[in-house]
Unconditional design. Structure first.
Length: 441
């Protein structure tokens, strides 16, 4: 029989009510004292009422204890149980909702466990060595997690969790120790061992974050040797192609003109030799400038930084090539190598003049941004298509017929040597914007 919770309680209370009416009436047939009848009735009815209420509420109390226990189990991560209620009252709906919640939690826990297994498998079999460090009780850092690559690299394949990190470093390569002491991300090379191996090049990345209220540090070590060797071969091939092309373009005309000059001498036509020698000189000087450009790129020294005021610095460059100055160059300062940075800016301004736009619209804009300075070189030329934008900063890439592809690459080297970065994008309305971001110190 289906009952509501109120109906279930009413079924227990009706007999109690009948007893509460019938018992005093029955007692009055033998006893004339109403007070005594009341006392005897109360003494009999109160225990009966307590017993009946206990019996009526016992299943409900049992259910509440089961629900409380299940919530504690959910909190502890246990979901492999259920609760059954025979009735069809309001509590049945509560139990059904609780069962649905348990099913959702079980499904989520199962999905989470599967994702954790997948993530652990991916991390463990990653070629990148990963170490998670956290402060230990002794004030030093301890290893919280290490994947297989990290264990192989630093600890002979043995487990490292719980180990103090400093003693582990004593067994590591000195180059790794030095890279860690420098702080931040870095590249370092481990020399070849005595058994004839090759030099290994690594990239170290360090990230700090808060996890469960504790400071954590993640170390990642990439072995870049194979990729760098491949890139090195590709770069050499590109260099050889560019140099071969340029040498052929210069030496073939020189050889042809030398042969023509010999023929002119044999025929006694000395009046045309001046043109022949002038052309040979022009090609030789072009080849000399081409080689000098490669030498400058290969031998770029470390910048000798000094404090400059951008307004005065740019006005000095205006004496060599024309451009407009905008922004807040006046009273904005940076620490740069004036010679190197001047060369970089002149390269950019020269490119702006050669972009096909009005040279009078070539502009250098200086904008201070907190602890950085943004320098923009603007023109109203034809801009760059997507392919050129992606490759413009790559060494030896050039869209000019006689270009070496070193101008923007050399500029990028200079900017990055100043701890800055360079970016290119097309302007609305036409033209190009080359943006340089530099630290103020």
């Amino acid at each position: 029989m289906k009952h509501s919770l109120a109906g279930r309680l009413l079924l227990w209370l009706i007999p109690l009510g009948v007893a509460a009416i019938a018992l005093p009436l029955t007692l009055r047939q033998w006893l004339e004292d109403d007070w005594l009848v009341g006392v005897i009735s109360a003494a009999l009815l109160l225990p009966l009422a307590a017993w009946m209420l206990h019996q009526a509420l016992a299943p409900v109390q049992s259910l509440f204890r089961a629900l409380s226990g299940s919530v504690n189990s959910y909190r502890d991560g246990e979901f492999n149980f259920g609760i059954h209620w025979q009735g069809h009252d309001e509590l049945a709906g509560l139990v059904a909702s609780h069962e649905e919640l348990g099913q959702v939690l079980r499904s989520q826990r199962q999905g989470l466990a599967q994702r954790e297994l997948l993530l652990d498998s991916m991390v463990q079999h990653s070629p990148v060595a990963m170490l998670l460090l956290a402060p230990g009780g002794d004030g030093g850092m301890r290893v919280v997690f290490a994947n297989l690559a990290a264990r192989t690299l630093l600890y002979g394949g043995r487990r490292m969790e719980g180990q103090p990190f400093d003693p582990l470093l004593q067994q590591a390569q000195p180059e790794l120790v030095e890279a860690l002491q420098r702080g931040g991300d870095s590249l370092f090379a481990v020399p070849a061992d005595e058994e004839g191996g090759e030099e290994q090049i690594y990239h170290l990345a360090r990230r700090r974050f808060q996890l469960n209220g504790r400071q954590q540090e993640l170390l990642q070590l990439w072995r870049l040797t194979t990729e760098l060797r491949r890139q090195e071969v590709q770069t050499w091939k590109k260099v050889i192609r560019v140099i071969s092309h340029e040498l052929n373009n210069s030496l073939a005309p020189v050889a042809s003109l030398a042969h023509s000059g010999g023929e002119l001498v044999r025929r006694g036509r000395h009046d045309q030799l001046e043109h022949v020698f002038a052309t040979i000189e022009e090609r030789a000087r072009h080849l000399e400038e081409f080689i000098r450009g490669y030498a400058r790129f290969a031998k770029l020294p470390q910048p000798q930084k000094q404090a400059i005021e951008w307004g005065a610095f740019l006005r000095g460059l205006q004496q060599q090539i024309g451009f407009n100055i905008e922004g807040h160059a006046q009273d904005t300062h940076s620490r740069i190598d004036p010679a190197q940075f001047g060369q970089a800016l002149l390269n950019l301004v020269k490119n702006a003049h050669e972009s096909g736009g009005d040279p009078a619209q070539v502009t250098v804009r200086v904008l201070p941004l907190g602890n950085q300075v943004r320098v923009e070189v603007l023109d109203r030329g034809s801009g760059m298509n997507e392919a050129v934008l992606q490759n413009a900063l790559v060494p030896f890439y050039s869209t000019k017929r006689n270009g070496t592809g070193l101008g923007l690459a050399l500029t990028r080297e200079i900017i990055e040597a100043h701890d800055g970065r360079i970016a290119l994008h097309n302007r609305e309305g036409g033209g190009l914007c080359v943006t340089l971001h530099l630290p103020t110190t």
